[in-house]
Write a protein that binds this ligand. Structure first.
Ligand code: ATP
Ligand code: MG
Length: 494
């Protein structure tokens, strides 16, 4: 559609919205009746809460998606803002299209005579709002590069299946969009503008868990401990802006007990506990490091791990060409010479995309650590296309002297080494938060035809942290074998 046609269409919609505003529902109950939605009790509680931010952990098939589409329609219709914008984000475009889109079309249908505009190709619906302007609700898949999130503005957002959305989508892309002071304030029913709702079902202790546990503390009026990069210290933070809820199938009664019993038998205990009992400690199905991470949590080895400034900080890398470069920062156990140390302290994590090696070197310098070894993956010696130079030489020129980890015979060797290494780790929960999320998500998928897990884990946004950990595990075996193996470090690798 030409820009002129778009402008004309919008002007017509505005005019119509101005004329119909008195015919719009005026309360939540009126709106639910108007669109033919009868909320279940837990849906009603959720739809009525007025906090600006909410984290809702619900069991499968509880009505999360339906309810949040209704929430978006409510906020859209009751908005007093000019050209209000709301978004529903799903992990993949296919998920948004397959499920949420049909709910959105169905529940906005009654607005047709009042001026509903549907753009199928954009998965967006525009409705008249109570302020006499229009509100647009659009569905996004965060995996879809064609739906760019940058450059848009938002008045409210639902992040559905947040356990499968990288935490950085929130911190780096969505959160900044909700900081528009000129659009703060409240809607017709007193709900705050510039809001966000996170919805999901547990998948290990990943970004949904982190978000939920913090929100639950704030919801209960308690303080949460957070790492403050500005002061490089842990600080105690409170907030009255957050709502948190967790609903287990055994408590909601939404799914009949016999149905739950069948699901439990068919899915296996672990998956059932995760999906229906909202357990964050159930092992993520297919998760490569699930057992190790759960074990570390149980033993209190993931928490506040201070960096000891007098001891060197070492690094271990996964080098991305186009996608992310990931780096673990680590130290040996205090007071031990590195060859004797079995314990590894992961104290920090860095992940960047589209950064040159020079940019990354600058980031390392910025961290201000006193560096020891830099362990790089075996392919660091491969020549950079175009320049003919290998990355090892470039790093050397930048003052980073790499030790090179050996090439694993097969991927499983690297995975096993990383699993064994994790058992020896202590991990700082805050500075390594993103890395921990990614490790938790690193998983194998089921080969449905063969009924077994594929040997090679999924290569996606979660694999960089895992690959960097494998570099560390393989590299350590070479440069610092554990004391019970009578091997000398291989000096030739430096
Ligand atoms: N208030 C309601 N009244 C009647 N049926 C409902 C209601 N809410 C949801 N449902 C029905 O329950 C089913 C599950 O709804 P929905 O897809 O929203 O659940 P979900 O929690 O998002 O599920 P999943 O975990 O699979 O994503 C759908 O068939 C939906 O139509
Ligand atoms: Mg859903």
């Amino acid at each position: 559609m030409s820009i002129l046609r778009e402008v004309e269409k919008l002007a017509a919609l505005h005019k119509k919205a101005g004329n119909v505003r008195n015919r719009l529902p005026k309360t939540q109950a009126e709106l639910w009746a108007f669109i033919g939605f009868q909320p279940r009790a837990i849906q009603e509680t959720s739809l009525m809460q007025k906090k600006r931010f909410a984290v809702e952990v619900w069991h499968r098939r509880a009505g999360k998606t339906v309810m949040n589409i209704v929430r978006l329609i409510e906020r859209a219709v009751f908005s007093k803002l000019k050209d209000a914008r709301f978004a529903f984000m799903a992990p993949t475009f296919a998920q948004a299209e397959d499920i949420a889109w049909s709910y959105l079309l169905r529940f906005t249908e009654p607005f047709e005579p009042l001026g509903r505009d549907v753009e199928v190709t954009k998965l967006s619906v525009t409705l008249p709002n109570i302020g006499g302007s229009t509100s647009r609700i659009r569905l996004y898949g965060v995996d879809n590069p064609k739906q760019r999130l940058r450059g848009i503005y938002l008045d409210g957002v639902v992040l559905d299946e947040f356990q499968q959305i990288p935490g950085t989508v929130w911190t780096e892309q969505v959160r900044p969009m909700l900081a528009d002071l000129s659009r703060r304030g409240e809607d017709h029913l007193g709900f705050p503008n510039q809001w966000a709702v996170f919805v999901g079902t547990p998948m290990g202790r990943n970004q949904l868990y982190a978000m939920y546990s913090r929100a639950a503390k704030w919801h209960a009026g308690k303080a949460a401990t957070e790492f403050d990069p500005a002061s490089n210290r842990y600080v105690s933070v409170t907030s009255s802006d957050w709502y948190a809820a967790l609903h287990r199938a055994s408590e909601t009664g939404l799914i009949p007990p016999d149905e739950l019993a069948i699901a439990r038998r068919d899915m296996g205990e672990s998956k059932y506990m995760q999906e229906f009992e909202c357990s964050f400690d159930a092992v993520v199905v297919g998760a490569v490091f699930g057992n190790q991470l759960a074990q570390l949590r149980r033993h209190g080895r993931i928490g506040q791990i201070a960096c000891r400034p007098n001891d060197p900080v070492h690094t271990a890398w996964d080098l991305g060409w186009d996608d992310a470069t990931a780096i673990w920062f680590w130290q040996f156990a205090p007071g031990t010479d590195h060859l004797a140390s079995r314990e590894i302290y992961l104290i920090d994590y860095l992940e960047v995309t589209h950064h040159s090696l020079a940019d990354i070197a600058a980031k390392l310098a910025e961290k201000g650590y006193r560096y020891g070894m830099h362990i790089l993956p075996w392919d660091v010696a491969v020549s950079e296309l175009g320049t003919g130079k290998d990355r090892k030489s470039i790093l050397r020129e930048l003052g980073i002297l790499p030790a090179v980890a050996p090439k694993p015979r097969i991927k499983q060797d690297a995975i096993s080494a990383a699993q064994a290494l994790l058992d020896r780790c202590w991990i700082d929960e805050d500075r390594c938060a993103h890395g921990l999320d990614m490790l938790g998500l690193y998983r194998r998928e089921m080969d449905d035809r063969k009924g077994v897990y594929r040997a090679e884990p999924v290569h996606d946004f979660a694999s960089h942290a895992a690959d960097a950990l494998m570099t560390l595990a393989l590299g350590l075996k070479r440069v610092a074998p554990p004391p019970d193996q009578d091997e000398r470090p291989d000096a030739a690798v430096f």
